[in-house]
Design a protein around this ligand. Structure first.
Ligand code: ZN
Length: 203
C-alpha cells in the first residue's frame, strides 16, 4: 500500500506557512513504514528538534483504479479515518531552501499515526466533516472538509492520472491551520465530530 499526502489543501494553513494557494493539488508520499500502529507510542527521533503535528482526514481507497473521473471518484472509497502527518519542520525548511525532495522530513518511521477505526462515509456528511486535535487536553487544531480547496473526489481524480490507486492506499487530505510542535510526554488525541479516533503518546 502507499500513503499519499496532500499539501496546502486549506487556505488558512497555506497562509500560516506563507505559502501561495495551489491551482492544482500538490501531493507527496510517505513510505508504508511511516504508519504508526494504533496504540503504539511515537518515539521522538534524534535527527529533528522541531517535529510538528498536522491533523488530517484520511481516505481509504477500496478498489483499484486509474484515470478515475471526478464524477466516479466516490465509488473508490467508503471509509474515512483520521491521522497525523508528522513533519520534521526543521528538515523540511532545509529541503525547501535547497529545492530538495522532502521525504526525510515527512516519511520517517512512525510519521503517520492513523486511527484504528475508519468511519463508513454513509455515517458522515462528506461536505462538512468536522475534526479536531487536542494536545495535552487543549484543542490546537479544528477543521472541516468544507474548507478543503480540493474535495476528496477532485483529489482522487487528480492523483489517479499519475498513479494507479489500489485497495488499502491512504490519502491524507491536508491540514487546517494551527500546526505546531510536539514534545516528549505529549498526548495527542484526535476526533471526528465527538468520536475519539486516536490517542498518540510521544516518548
Ligand atoms: Zn500534511
Amino acid at each position: 500500500m502507499k500513503i499519499i499526502c496532500i499539501g496546502r489543501n486549506y487556505a488558512d494553513h497555506a497562509k500560516e506557512m506563507n505559502s501561495s494557494l495551489p491551482s492544482v493539488p500538490m501531493f507527496f508520499m510517505k513510505a508504508d513504514t511511516s504508519l504508526l500502529r494504533p496504540g503504539t507510542p511515537f518515539f521522538y527521533p534524534s535527527f529533528s528538534s522541531n517535529i510538528h503535528y498536522e491533523c488530517e482526514l484520511v481516505v481509504k481507497i477500496n478498489r483499484v483504479g486509474k484515470h478515475i473521473s471526478e464524477r466516479f471518484a466516490h465509488k473508490y472509497y467508503s471509509e474515512i479515518g483520521l491521522g497525523i502527518d508528522l513533519t520534521a519542520r526543521d528538515l523540511q525548511e532545509k529541503c525547501k531552501e535547497k529545492g530538495h525532495p522532502w521525504e526525510i522530513a515527512k516519511s520517517f518511521e512512525g510519521s503517520a499515526p492513523i486511527s484504528k477505526t475508519f468511519i463508513d462515509k454513509s455515517e458522515l456528511q462528506l461536505e462538512n466533516i468536522q475534526f479536531r486535535l487536542e494536545q495535552n487536553g487543549t484543542e490546537v487544531q479544528k477543521g472541516t472538509s468544507a474548507d478543503m480547496i480540493f474535495t476528496i473526489d477532485v483529489l482522487i481524480a487528480y492523483i489517479s492520472q499519475f498513479m494507479t490507486l489500489k485497495k488499502g492506499d491512504l490519502i491524507f487530505t491536508g491540514t487546517p491551520s494551527g500546526v505546531g510542535p510536539i514534545a516528549i510526554n505529549d498526548v495527542l488525541i484526535g476526533y471526528i465530530g465527538n468520536r475519539k479516533m486516536f490517542e498518540v503518546k510521544v516518548k
